[in-house]
Design a protein around this ligand. Structure first.
Ligand code: HEC
Length: 170
């Protein structure tokens, strides 16, 4: 008797799951979803990816030891690296657009206007990059000290004028 009652619940639940899985598979193979970078994700997909990204980064960035990021030589070294590797996507004081930046989705934050909210998070993202976005893993080419130099610089850049940026990158 008890077994029959369990089956009466389990069978419809399993059938519902099977229908949902088949629906998801059909949606995927149909090609309906536009993966082009010139079309936005739906609000639901944006929210899901955003939460996945933020939690993934938070868990990995939290244990990092935060070095001093106020040294002028460190900031100047970061500025030169930034001008070499980052400005095409993230812009800079006096660099308000680029052909590369315009077509990227997710759109790179304009770091000339807004410093990243948290230094450890910025370090982790610069070192490891972000999957399915244009943000590269710079840890493949730069050592940790250079990545911290970049972080030290991006914390300062929104308060810099065009002239400050010119001076520090040359
Ligand atoms: C080819 C384009 C591209 C280049 C080059 C690039 N980035 Fe990014 N970056 C991105 C994109 C796109 C995002 C947003 C990714 C996302 O939110 O999914 C991003 C995000 C970031 C963030 C924000 C992380 C956060 O808190 O969400 C920081 C900081 C950053 N990049 C720093 C840099 C630095 C420093 C460099 C140079 C060493 C650099 N990026 C080079 C495309 C680029």
């Amino acid at each position: 008797m008890r077994g029959a009652r369990v089956l009466a619940v389990a069978l419809p639940a399993a059938a519902t799951l099977a229908v949902l899985a088949a629906g998801a598979a059909l949606f995927m193979v149909s090609g309906i979803y536009d993966i082009g970078a010139d079309d936005h994700h739906t609000a639901l997909v944006t929210a899901l990816i955003g939460e996945l990204r933020d939690r993934s980064i938070a868990v990995r960035a939290q244990p990092l030891a935060l070095p001093d990021l106020t040294d002028a030589a460190q900031i100047a070294a970061g500025a030169k690296l930034y001008a070499l590797h980052c400005v095409g996507c993230h812009l800079a004081p006096g660099v308000n657009r680029s052909d590369l930046n315009r077509g990227l989705y997710p759109h790179p934050p304009n770091l000339a206007q807004q410093a990243p909210p948290e230094a450890r998070r910025a370090f982790w993202v610069v070192k490891h990059g972000i999957k399915m976005s244009a943000m590269p893993a710079w840890g493949r080419t730069l050592d940790d000290a250079a990545v911290w130099e970049l972080v030290a610089f991006v914390r300062q850049v929104p308060s810099m004028t065009e002239e400050d940026y010119e001076r520090v990158t040359h």
